[in-house]
Structures are given as C-alpha cells and as structure tokens.
Design a protein around this ligand. Structure first.
Ligand SMILES: [Zn+2]
Length: 75
C-alpha cells in the first residue's frame, strides 16, 4: 500500500467499515511510515474533537423558543 492510498483511505480506516485485509495493510504501512503516522494522528484528533466543535443535532423547537425569549428579554 502506498502513502497516497493510505492517506486517501484514512477516514474510511478510522471511521468506516473496513475489511480485515485492508486494516492490516494500513497497520503495517503506518508502522513503517512516519509521515502517514503523523497524518493519521492529525485526522484522529480532528475526528475526536469534531463532536465538541460541531453540534451533533439541530436544537429542538423548545430550545429555539427559549433562546428567542432570552434575546427578547435582553432588548
Ligand atoms: Zn506512508
């Protein structure tokens, strides 16, 4: 597996379903390749942080109304 294939497939490897053979190929490439290891660490960090940065679901109607009420009260 090349560096290009490894990095292109990074999110699949970390998040999605993967065949056992593919995981092994990734694993061994990462063992040998410092550049891809560093790249994967960065991707993993982004994946780990993203739920705290991005809301996982839209606010409910009640939450929106409560927010609007607070904004009106402030003005
Ligand atoms: Zn590599």
């Amino acid at each position: 597996m090349s560096c290009k294939q490894t990095t292109e497939d990074a999110t699949n490897y970390l998040e999605g379903p993967n065949t056992f053979g593919r995981r092994i190929a990734h694993y061994f490439h990462l063992l040998m390749c410092y550049r891809c290891r560093r790249f994967y660490r960065q991707i993993q960090l982004v994946i780990r942080l993203s739920p705290t940065i991005l809301p996982t679901q839209a606010p409910s109607d009640a939450e929106v109304e409560a927010l609007l009420a607070r904004l009106k009260a402030d003005n």
